[in-house]
Design a protein around this ligand. Structure first.
Ligand SMILES: [Zn+2]
Length: 344
């Protein structure tokens, strides 16, 4: 079968290859992939700029859905033909303290699809049944393939930043995760949601305003402090979500958050900070990380997608066949595409 394979730890070390169809092991299913999202992390991998350990060769893709083509031994909850979406924690230690607490996303032994183990950018992928959720009938496959980034945003906004009705929320970074965070913040009842980006992000800021953000801030063009003085009581943001990751984004977050507010960091950035975080102390701010997601988040996000309360369609810039993977990756790297979804 054709598969998008990360084969070398160097710039451009990804290609379309023929690989064997895998066989499902005990407790696994063979999934016929219907749609798989291209993540910013896949694009980083293509350019060898990822800030996490990568294993090669591996089939990329961790945002996928499909139909069960075959059952491995011991699978009871599913049948052939079921439409399902898959979580990303392909391998975990089910006896780790984190897994026992339901926080298997934080299990240090967690190994993900498309990184440690073959992912969904192929005709077929083998998946532990533990990872699967039933896909609501009304969900289109390209929307279902978007469940995973929605879960990242849900965990950041609801689980970790704990946005409350009436909050003033700022989201830094209008990439797919940032735009989803803005939408989820509105679902939480945030009174004002400002999305901040650079001049390069202008078209994404326009999408932000169409999909739930109340304000957009183009850095360099307008004064963020002046905009913030016009929101709520003018004292700053109750919550700032850093969905960008660069050190300068955290510096801005600490400047924009109000005393006793929260900064939630969901964007990665491998570089040292290079500035003082004293404002964190002076303003009594909570700095909170957010990583991945778990079962109850997936179930809730699937309901939000099925009901249309969460609408990801404006974010899907291109749906293409697996053979067009390269132009999709390049389009996302160049910022021309916000999000591409491949249909193997
Ligand atoms: Zn991802």
């Amino acid at each position: 079968m054709p598969a998008v394979v990360h084969y070398a730890l160097r710039e451009g070390g990804v290609e379309l290859r023929e690989v064997p169809v895998p066989a499902p092991a005990e407790g696994e299913v063979l999934l016929r992939v219907a749609a798989v999202g291209v993540c910013g992390s896949d694009v980083h991998t293509f350019h060898n700029t990822q800030s996490w350990p990568a294993n090669v060769p591996v089939v990329l893709g961790h945002e996928f859905c499909g139909e069960i083509a075959a059952l491995g031994p011991g699978v009871k909850r599913f049948r052939e033909g079921d439409r399902v979406v898959s979580e990303t924690a392909a391998e975990i230690d089910e006896d780790s303290p984190q897994a026992r607490a339901g926080l298997y996303n934080l299990d240090p032994h967690r190994r993900g699809f498309g990184n440690a183990r073959d992912g969904g950018m192929a005709s077929y992928v083998r998946v532990p049944a533990r990872c699967l959720h039933r896909m609501p009938d009304e969900l289109a496959t390209e929307v279902a393939a978007y469940t995973e980034p929605c879960c990242v945003a849900y965990n950041a906004v609801v689980g970790n930043a704990r946005v409350r009705p009436g909050d003033v929320v700022v989201v830094i970074g209008p990439g797919p995760i940032g735009l989803l965070c803005a939408q989820v913040a509105r679902l939480c009842g945030a009174g004002a949601v400002m999305v901040a980006g650079t001049a390069r992000d202008r078209s994404r800021l326009a999408i932000a305003l169409e999909t739930g953000a109340t304000h957009a801030l183009e850095l360099g063009a307008s004064d963020p402090m002046e905009l913030l003085r016009g929101l709520g009581d003018g004292g700053g943001a109750d919550v700032v979500i850093d969905a960008a990751g660069a050190s300068s984004a955290l510096a801005s977050a600490l400047a924009w958050v109000r005393p006793a507010g929260t900064v939630c960091k969901v964007g990665w950035g491998p570089q040292p900070l290079g500035f003082s975080i004293d404002p964190l102390v002076q303003k009594n701010v909570t700095l909170q990380g957010s990583f991945s997601h778990n079962w109850p988040i997936w179930e809730r996000v699937l309901r939000l997608l099925a009901s249309g309360q969460l609408d990801v369609r404006p974010f899907i810039s291109r749906v293409a066949g697996l053979g067009d993977w390269r132009s999709c990756f390049e389009g996302m790297a160049d910022g021309l595409l916000l999000k591409a979804v491949l249909k193997p």
